[in-house]
Design a protein around this ligand. Structure first.
Ligand code: FMN
Length: 422
């Protein structure tokens, strides 16, 4: 459980429902493997006499799924004498006097000044920047743009595209790191990193491309038929043990591999498990973690939202389904030179590949349930001997639906609710 941005928090309220392994030491190499790690609750609480609001929450994790969570709190306070303030420009000062409105100077039309300044401040401090900030901040506030206090070109309000252009021109430009799109893309330092974005395809010849073109009526029929097919797709949790031809699975995976990917890095590994013993070990790991997720980690709201789907931590399908496909995202790749290869937007790329995989399964009459077993990644990665740059994204049990399979009676949103046309 984690507080949400915008939430109000009171004294002693839990911010992060953290649990820690009781044993944190890594076992010596060659020593007997310990059993499943035990966890104890160590909640992180808010301590403060006045309430706060959550301004920002940042979650990050490394390849071992060790999490780093940063929470920025905001409080509204009434200024008092002795409080220290600073503008973004760094013009700081301590409040020495609070003047009642009626004692403020005013002109003959009754207007009070916004700023009263000691002229000595001009030459010795960053006063110009401070004034630019005060003045440009106002239009910036109204238009929602950033403003800059540069001496030349002064308070030019810069729109996002200009900001992006600005940041691209700097040596540390990281155009793919947009606030909304941060994933686990591991970015090396300059020099350590390859230079395959955006000019990575410079050496690749460009060849003519002419995919099949359909007449209008055929297009319409095909679009309707594909929708009808995909609208039949459901997450099925009752899977038949009936064997599925291996070649079909091969083609399904190959289809998923046609997905687009950031800078064509193809940052995916599809691990297909058919071995009964390995499937059972996967089930044991998933069920143990899922039980803890349901009982401790997910919180009442999440568990109650899942009630209509009737899911719990018992995952029989992990033993029964003829195949388990574990989709790993590669947070980075390795060049033949041994250098790290950046996998831009790896999570988004692998998620698109998973979508194509689901469509390919539906196309051949196979079913699955998209599952994202929380906290199982590292254990499953070790079990399946995958390298540390691979992180489990999805676990898909695949097969024919059981003859008595049922699904929750869900409806899908209407076109009007999902499409905005302009
Ligand atoms: C990212 C993602 C994670 C999901 N995780 C689980 C899961 O852990 N267990 C599960 O039973 N279903 C899981 N689902 C399946 C959803 O519950 C299901 O897609 C949703 O209820 C809609 O039903 P439908 O797929 O039949 O249309 C997940 C779906 C998505 C897209």
């Amino acid at each position: 459980m984690l507080v949400l941005t915008g939430e109000k928090v009171e004294n002693k309220q839990v911010l992060v429902n953290k649990s820690m392994p009781t044993v944190t030491q890594t076992p010596l190499e060659g020593s007997a493997q310990p059993g499943q790690p035990q966890y104890r609750d160590v909640p992180i609480t808010y301590k403060g006499s006045t309430d706060s609001y959550i301004e920002k929450v940042m979650i990050s994790s490394n390849a071992e799924d060790a999490f780093l969570i940063k929470i920025l709190l905001r409080q509204t306070r009434r200024p008092e004498i002795g409080d220290k303030f600073s503008s973004r420009h760094g013009q700081k000062g301590v409040c020495g006097l609070i003047v009642p409105q009626e004692d403020m100077p005013f002109c003959d039309s009754g207007i009070c000044p916004d700023i009263i300044m000691n002229p000595h401040g001009y030459p010795s401090r960053m006063t110009v920047g401070k004034l630019i900030e005060l003045l440009a901040g106002r239009p910036g506030f109204w238009t929602g743009d950033s403003t800059t206090g540069r001496p030349l070109g002064a308070a030019r309000s810069i729109r996002k595209k200009d900001r992006d252009a600005d940041s691209k021109s700097t040596a540390k430009s990281r155009p793919w790191v947009d606030e909304d799109l941060q994933d686990d893309t591991e970015i090396g330092t300059r020099g350590e990193e390859d230079s395959d974005w955006p000019g990575g395809e410079e050496d690749v010849p460009h060849v003519p491309y002419a995919p099949t073109r359909y007449p209008g009526d055929v297009m319409l029929r095909r679009s309707r038929e594909f929708y009808t097919l995909m609208n039949e797709r459901r997450s099925v949790r009752f899977i038949s043990p009936e064997p599925v031809p291996r070649e079909v699975i091969d083609y399904v995976i190959q289809t998923a591999g046609t997905s687009p990917s950031g800078a064509h890095t193809e940052p995916w590994t599809f691990m297909v498990v058919a071995d009964a013993e390995v499937k059972h070990k996967i089930r044991e790991i998933v069920e143990e973690e899922e039980e803890m997720n349901y009982r401790q980690r997910m919180g009442d709201k999440w568990v109650s939202d899942l009630r209509k789907i009737r899911t719990n931590w018992i995952k029989e399908y992990l033993d029964i389904a003829p195949y388990l496909i574990l989709v790993f995202k590669q947070t980075h790749g390795i060049h033949s030179s041994g250098k790290k290869k950046t996998h831009y937007y790896n999570e988004i790329s692998v998620s698109i590949a998973c979508g194509i995989l689901l469509a390919a399964l539906t196309n051949v009459g196979l079913v699955t349930v998209t599952s994202t077993p929380l906290n199982c990644g590292p254990q499953l990665r070790l079990l399946l001997c995958r390298p540390t740059n691979e992180k489990l994204l999805m676990l898909l049990p695949v097969g024919f639906p059981a003859t008595d399979a049922t699904v929750p009676k869900l409806t899908r949103k209407n076109m009007d609710d999902i499409m905005v046309f302009m």
